[in-house]
Design a protein around this ligand. Structure first.
Ligand code: GAP
Length: 519
């Protein structure tokens, strides 16, 4: 049975993971804020990405070239020169044509709407029945269509000429002819740079972090010692004026991305694509998204962008997509499209001179002119593009557990690396010297692990209630100071997932926790 999204959202609000943005003003559709625990959870996810993609890429694995993978970080701005978005294709093509229903006020993506039409062809004076595949409108409209004209077949709304829209019954409408003609919506947020706010000052909030990387490719190559193949990683906020934001933080209008652009020789690009495809799946699994809720979906060739050589999505089975899956990260083989586009639009050469290839070709006795041609090229790019908000949401959904055998049934089984609270220290009672020992242990743990998350000290209410509070916040380890601590210098270490407690020497707590919290 899928987990209840309502229960997950309620816990997120109650425990300070996620709040509706501007809630005191009634909220603003498509925007979410992170509370104290959510902000730390997302930072832990971002840090894990940064560590495993940039500082120690792919956990030190060798790439297909037999060397360790090399990556460098970058931080680029939300507002780029507007030509960036012309070159990337976002100004011209980042559009979803939509149709509105004048009766229900629902808005649909034009290419998502299907229509039941008579198998015989001519509907006469009968309506055409529009629906969204997989939604309740499908069965409802099929029933009506079969009643109206017997056997029905499905065609896309895009194949119906707008002149026939007055005959279409919208997916959720009662009256015929309420769908508007399709209209283009550009998903980029517009703003103005400078005080005058004229058309010449128009700029855009970035819809992806990737383009900042392409725009700085030349600077990175010229000012650092990187050699192909290598990656440039960038995390940050992106904005899309999504027409239908929905499913909690899954489709938001402001969200955070963690994108890597990996540059390589065109001849090796398919091998690198396969490498990144496998590693990104392993990475999400390592954070606890293992099992049947995670899958890799290869984009069919016909659905790839015209410039892309291949694409796969890491997908997670969210409660609201169950039994289907929703995209968590896209891994795209973008060929040389982006660098070529920026080269053309900026007039600046963005090719790469491969000195190692030059030496190799010289050793093979290849002619000078041929070397000059082959050793200079526009690299191909493999792009693993993850969403940190979707990542955090998937981790929360996976971690959410309802265990009726517990006195407090709701808990979050978050991976220790991601958990916002790493450990909690409790004096069993607030007397007999226990609070002082607890404070000392808390201070020690805070010094050692405080950089990676919160260390709590809690002396309020019964010990059972304190455990339950920590379980619900996803804290993996609770340490209790009791009578034996004072006589034998031991504490109990309680595991969140099993509820089991073991007694350990107090001076061993830091090293034991270090082991348990290690990636
Ligand atoms: N540079 C490539 C790119 O941006 P994308 O598939 O459009 O690719 C990458 O976005 C990731 O960003 C997605 O897999 C998803 O996790 C996240 N993302 C995209 N749109 C989002 C939205 N409206 N709300 C939350 N996350 C989103």
């Amino acid at each position: 049975m899928p987990k209840s999204m309502d229960a997950i959202m309620a816990l997120c609000k109650r425990r300070g993971f996620v709040y509706q943005a501007s809630e005191i003003y009634g909220g603003i559709n498509g925007f979410w804020d992170y509370g104290p625990l959510g902000a730390q959870l997302k930072k832990n996810l971002r840090d894990a990405w940064w560590q495993d993609m940039i500082l120690n890429p792919c956990w030190g694995r060798q790439g297909p070239d037999g060397d360790r993978v090399r990556c460098v970080p970058l931080e680029t701005r939300i507002i780029q020169h507007p030509k960036t978005w012309v070159a990337s294709g976002h100004v011209g093509g980042f559009n979803d044509p939509m149709v509105d229903c004048r009766e229900t006020k629902n808005r649909y993506r034009f290419d998502h709407v299907s229509v039941f039409v008579p198998a015989s062809g001519d509907p006469g004076d009968k309506p055409l029945f529009a629906f969204i595949q997989g939604s309740p409108s499908e069965a409802k409209q099929l029933k009506k269509a079969e009643k109206a004209f017997g056997q029905a077949v499905v065609v896309p709304l895009t194949s119906i000429p707008p002149a026939s829209f007055p005959k279409v019954l919208g997916p959720d409408a009662d009256k015929v002819g309420t769908l508007t003609e399709p209209r283009q919506f550009n998903l980029m947020f517009k703003t103005y740079v400078g005080a005058t706010a004229t058309d010449d000052d128009v700029a855009y909030l970035r819809p992806e972090t990737a383009q900042g990387i392409f725009a700085q490719f030349k600077n990175v190559v010229d000012t650092t010692r990187v050699k192909l193949p290598f990656g440039i990683g960038n995390t940050g906020t992106s904005f899309r004026n999504e027409v239908t934001p929905r499913n909690f933080t899954f489709r938001s209008r402001e969200f955070e991305q963690a994108e890597l652009e990996f540059f390589c020789h065109p001849d090796q690009s398919m091998e690198w694509f396969a490498f990144w495809r496998a590693f990104r799946m392993d990475w999400w699994e390592s954070l606890g998204l293992a099992g049947e809720n995670l899958r890799l979906y290869d984009t069919p060739k016909k659905d790839l962008a015209h410039y892309a050589f291949a694409g796969s999505d890491v997908e997670y089975r969210f409660p609201f997509t169950d039994p289907g899956f929703g995209e968590l990260e896209g891994i795209a083989h973008r060929g040389s499209f982006d660098l070529s586009q920026h080269q053309e639009h900026s007039g600046i050469k963005l090719d790469y001179f491969d000195q190692e290839l030059q030496v190799e070709l010289q050793a093979k006795g290849v002619a000078k002119e041929e070397i000059a041609k082959r050793a200079r090229y526009i690299p191909h790019v493999i792009e693993p593009a993850a969403g940190l908000d979707r990542g955090a949401l998937a981790l929360l959904c996976e971690a959410y557990t309802l265990d009726d055998s517990r006195p407090s049934p709701e808990l979050l089984r978050l991976h220790p690396r991601i958990a916002p609270i790493k450990a909690a220290v409790f004096p069993l009672v607030n007397k007999d010297g226990m609070p002082e020992v607890a404070q000392r242990l808390h201070a020690d743990l805070f010094k050692r692990f405080g950089h990676s998350g919160l260390i709590e000290l809690d002396a309020k209410q019964s010990i059972g209630k304190r455990y339950a509070r920590m379980d619900e916040a996803g804290c993996p380890f609770c340490l209790t100071i009791d009578g034996e601590t004072l006589t034998h210098q031991t504490v109990t270490l309680r595991d969140r997932d099993t509820g089991r407690q073991e007694r350990i020497a107090i001076d061993q707590v830091p090293s034991l926790l270090a082991d348990k919290l290690a990636p």
